[in-house]
Design a protein around this ligand. Structure first.
Ligand code: NAD
Length: 411
């Protein structure tokens, strides 16, 4: 049994709502720490897989946690919530792209809060982990109150997640965490709860600060990547090797420029800054500009490749075969969400280019036929490097023209 129950806060059952990349690792980690976990997802396939001890997402080590918890009976998945001592909401928070700036979509958070409302009892803990605009934890409380829950007896907090896909099971335990309670008492109580299953330091604050901290962390990354991406475009025009430039500039003791790439992808860094911009467009000018710079990079890359293909055709009298290496949004994973490389390849195909796409971290793609690395390199007239996957390091290019957008062999 957990340390918390020894301290007098009798927590034994936890209901985790949303069993994706955040919810399932969290649920299985809690189960491995002696809690009984009732996991909830609206995806029936996910629920069935988990109840057979399998996983429906790709994350190292997660399968053994889930298998072990399900076989011991400490983790069970369901389409419906149940009564519990703690409710943790880990549902997606995408954005609507139909306005300028894009607006956050917290509909699934509201739906998740409504779904737990009939099961929430006085004294329960309710935690929001989804990356959310400032004010969403209060919205959860308001949603519960509107559904008839007496929220005055609850401990409610926002606790953002900052794990790295591919290392989630390690980082869930090792990373420091922020707990932003709706009240100071909630902060202290929920801090104690997290301290029962993570080794990092748990830092307490209020919920607005915790919500903003998560958005700021990803906006900070976006702004710094935008600086590198802008440099890469400026250097290209000026005939300067951006990789060499950054290496030299970083020899300054207080300069640490990041590496440019083909854009910014994933469902966090490419999304979360908009939550800040949406809440205060007149003041969030730099964060907005960074988003725009990073979004423009993939268009710039696609245009450059098209231009190079036209030059090849003019010289050789035929369209070139373009090998595009990498579709994922970052190295050494198969996650294609919001991936600039995927969008570049789709735009080249849409414009009628002859493209051989290589992505060693997935087996197939619904719209893009995949080639093996060997096949693509053998047939290519132009090689485009979009993602720095380890499989691409030190490839034999036999003097073929190369457009490298990620500094393949830069360490
Ligand atoms: N994946 C990451 O690396 C990461 C890191 C930090 C923060 N986050 C944030 O965590 C949140 C969850 O992200 P994720 O990557 O786990 O998403 P995900 O898409 O992998 O999983 C979310 C799950 O929630 C389920 N779901 C949706 N609505 C539901 C509802 N009303 N009731 C029950 N289940 C529901 C979906 O079916 C899905 O299985 C997001 O806000 C995200 O921004 C993610």
């Amino acid at each position: 049994m957990s340390e918390l129950s020894l301290m007098g806060d009798s927590i034994s059952k936890i209901c985790v709502v949303g069993l994706g990349y955040i919810g399932l690792p969290t649920a299985s980690l809690l189960a491995s720490n002696g809690y009984f976990v009732h996991g909830v997802d609206i995806n029936e396939h996910a629920v069935n897989e988990i109840n057979q001890g399998k996983i429906h997402i790709d994350e190292p080590d997660l399968d053994s946690y889930v298998r072990s918890a399900v076989s011991k009976g400490t983790l069970k998945a369901s389409l419906k919530p149940e009564a519990a001592d703690v409710f943790i909401l880990c549902v997606p928070t995408p954005f609507h792209n139909d306005t300028d700036p894009p607006r956050p979509n917290v509909d699934l958070v509201v739906q998740a809060a409504q779904s737990i409302a009939p099961f929430v009892q006085p004294g329960n803990i309710v935690i929001l982990e989804s990356t959310s605009p400032v004010g969403t934890t209060h919205l959860v409380a308001e949603t519960l109150a509107a559904a008839g829950v007496d929220t005055s007896t609850l401990s409610i907090a926002y606790c953002p997640e900052r794990v790295l896909p591919g290392k989630i099971m390690t980082e869930l335990v090792q990373n420091d965490r922020i707990v932003g309670g709706a009240t100071p008492e909630a902060t202290e109580r929920i801090k104690s709860f997290y301290e029962t299953f993570i080794n990092g330091t748990v830092l307490g604050t209020d919920c607005k600060t915790a919500e903003m901290a998560k958005l700021v962390e990803n906006s900070y990354r976006d702004v710094n990547i935008a600086f590198a991406n802008e440099l890469s475009m400026l250097c290209d025009e000026a005939g300067i090797d951006v990789w060499k430039l950054i290496e030299l500039a970083n020899r300054h003791p207080r300069v640490k420029i990041l590496q440019p790439g083909s854009g910014v992808g994933g469902h966090c860094i490419a999304v979360d800054p908009w939550f800040i911009v949406h809440q205060n467009p007149p003041l969030a000018r730099m964060i907005r500009t960074a988003r725009e710079v990073n979004d423009s990079k993939q268009v710039w890359v696609a245009n450059q490749i098209s231009q190079r293909a036209k030059e090849f055709e003019a010289t050789n009298g035929r369209v070139p075969v373009i090998a595009c290496l990498g579709l994922a949004f970052k190295p050494d994973i198969g996650d294609l969400r919001e991936s600039p490389s995927l969008e570049i390849v789709e735009s080249l195909l849409h414009d009628g280019h002859s493209v051989l796409a290589v992505e060693p971290n997935i087996e197939s793609h619904p719209r893009i036929p995949l080639s093996s690395l060997n096949q693509a390199l053998t047939s290519a007239d132009i090689v485009v490097i979009l993602v720095k996957h380890k499989q691409f390091r030190n490839i034999e290019l036999s003097g073929k023209p190369v457009l490298d957008y990620c500094g393949l062999n830069v360490s």
